[in-house]
Design a protein around this ligand. Sequence first.
Ligand code: ARG
Length: 487
Amino acid sequence: MAEGGKPMRLWGGRFEGGPADALTRLSVSVQFDWRLAPYDLLASRAHARVLHRAGLLSEAELERMLAALDDLELACKSGDFRPVVADEDVHTALERGLLERLGSLGGKLRAGRSRNDQVATDLRLYLRDHVRSIVSRLVELETALMSQAEEHAATAAPGMTHLQHAQPVSFGHQLLAHVHPIARDVDRLRDWDRRAAVSPLGAGALAGSSLPLDPQAVAEELGFDSAAPNSMDAVADRDFAAEFLFCAALIGVHLSRLGEEIVLWASQEFHWIEMDDAYSTGSSIMPQKKNPDVAELARGKSGRLIGNLVSLLTTLKGLPLTYNRDLQEDKEPVFDAVDTLLLVLPAVSGLVSTMRVNTARLESSAPDGFALATDLAELLVRRGVPFRDAHEAVGHLVVWCQVNDTTFEKLTEQDLAKISPHFVETPGGAAVPGDRGGVPGTLDVLNVQGALASRKAHGGTAPDRVRDQLTALREIVDGQAAWATGS
Ligand code: ARG
């Protein structure tokens, strides 16, 4: 930001001396709220039109005003017009720019509005715009995960609970389990957008205006669905910012859970994936290292996203109506959350889309840890054995294997017979009377692909169900992409 400049305050009239330096330094927000300039200019154009319709700006004045606002916008974009340290905030800086272009006519735009309704409007406009970019980046991550999932719909992997091998799953199913939370995040942001589409402009400082303005027309021009029904709530409300920060914090949590899994998958111990060189880092001392910094930063950044939410909620708690200067503290957490998401998401998408999955390693470790024990117990249930007894029998079998240093895959029928009569098949595949046609043999269920394929109910990990899931998700994600780009 440029130094110097003659201080131009929007509130000097009743003050004799200038403000203390310490106050000025505390009060100034232009160093961070300058990014609202394009939105402030949009709102200014809408306000100018409303002043004109109210007979407060002539046709010629409106034209000069709009031309000056266009010129100021170009100057902001090119950097010819920049805020100076003497500008208290974005609104002050832009009014200075307008006065420089229009002389006293520039002072007419302030009629009927206040920085209180302006800043609330600007922040909503900024966020509604940026939420669409964030959704586009989320769609890219969903797409990256879905492409890997498609390739690995039938790749068996160890499914875990408590970070212990539990039951084999399709690796594609696991990848899609990371898509659903993100799809819900997008859904939440779209829902947020509906509530954020309310325009505060026209509320003035807090009580509306005695001038014959038209808040509904301004709302429509700015792409809002409606104008705020209560001027006091309009300037005091920051629910839209807090709610956005919750959405961002939850996205952070989802990215951190995905990040943590990728850190594990890339470890020597798991060795499930190989990260692309472009998305991994080295060590300054250990030449052999290849580190998952992208995943770790995704995990780490969730801390600041959660912190931003807590920061704003704490600021809002206990504030009396209506506008209080505390509310100036709403912007940095919001901007930081937007910047953080736009920074992290492309890196995580790149990491996911370029990682190479070690299919052989996943498939060979899928049955490890007696992961087919539940399949075996369920087989006994299908033969009529109560689950309680089946669970017990399979538990004994696990211990027997451990004592004899063997695995389920190496068992013979003789071994099985030693452990429990339940494992012994009777002719017709049923240990108890009754028609249980199609029940497989004991040794037949002890294979991973069979275990995956058998989980074929809705939401299950059978490769066919995973492909159905993908088809449904693709449709959802296409809708999300279209929403983000307004197509
Ligand atoms: N810069 C302020 C903010 O960000 C807006 C100005 C309202 N200030 C005031 N004194 N009424 O909230």
